[in-house]
Design a protein around this ligand. Structure first.
Ligand SMILES: Cc1cc2nc3c(=O)[nH]c(=O)nc-3n(C[C@H](O)[C@H](O)[C@H](O)COP(=O)(O)O)c2cc1C
Length: 226
């Protein structure tokens, strides 16, 4: 069983999974533990849909891919990525993307393969469990606390999963199609999709799962005032 530090250091986003299903009791343990995540005023603003129904996941994925094929770039309640990319974040994004495509031997100009790789998000990278996290639209009207709380909740899910040898990939790609997904899942119109997390047993043979992008070192990331 990994220590917390090991789970933090060893987790990385996995984008290929085996067919093995997560037993329901383990999924419940992960989500129950994640429910202990702290939140401002103990608001617990996450509203979680844990979807393992194959038909539902296919239906949701089909609906998003259909939108993409119509040339629709997003249909969202929440803008996840910066509207204005500035450095050093822009550079990190480019380096991270380029590293993944290099590993997969995909040319920078090969838009078809790149689009296909992006669409894999909506085939859940072959995983059979996807956690969709919503919050009330009222929570994020002119306030950002719920984003912070639900971000912490995301990491709790991913770390708790590590204890059971379960890997994950957080998804902001689904945020971009939040309205389509909400409709397909039949969730209340009062809710906005913040993100999803794919959970499963990673395919250790697959090349893509070997990708571990560089992280900023401690000295650059943290200003110590001793
Ligand atoms: C909020 C959030 C949204 C993300 N969205 C996606 C996504 O839609 N598709 C994807 O393949 N990876 C996505 N990622 C994974 C990031 O690309 C990944 O966390 C980052 O490159 C660092 O790699 P690591 O998770 O292996 O440490 C997302 C991560 C976060 C935290």
């Amino acid at each position: 069983m990994p220590t917390v530090l090991e789970a933090l250091k060893n987790r990385s986003s996995k984008r290929a999974y085996t067919d093995k299903k997560i037993p329901k009791d383990i999924l419940e343990k992960i989500l129950d533990a994640a429910g202990m995540t702290p939140s401002g005023a103990n608001m617990q603003p996450w509203v979680t849909y844990a979807v393992t129904n194959e038909e539902t996941l296919k239906k949701v994925g089909d609906a998003v891919i259909a939108k993409m094929d119509e040339g629709i770039m997003n249909d969202q309640d929440v803008q996840y990525y910066p509207v204005k990319w500035t450095n050093p974040y822009k550079k990190r994004r480019i380096v991270t993307g380029a590293g993944l495509y290099k590993l997969m031997e995909v040319d920078r100009k090969d838009n078809e393969t790149r689009t296909q790789m992006w669409k894999d998000n909506f085939r859940w990278f072959g995983a059979s469990t996807v956690i969709f996290v919503f919050t009330s639209k009222a929570n994020i009207e002119g306030a950002s606390g719920a984003f912070i709380d639900c971000g912490a909740y995301m990491q709790s899910i991913m770390l708790a999963a590590q204890e059971f040898g379960i890997d994950s990939c957080p998804q902001g790609s689904t945020t971009e199609f939040g309205r389509v997904i909400s409709k397909e899942l039949g969730v209340s119109e009062d809710l906005a999709l913040l993100y999803s997390v794919v959970l499963g047993y990673s395919d250790e043979e697959s090349k893509i799962n070997g990708y571990q992008p560089d992280k900023v070192n401690l000295k650059e990331a943290v200003t110590f005032i001793d």
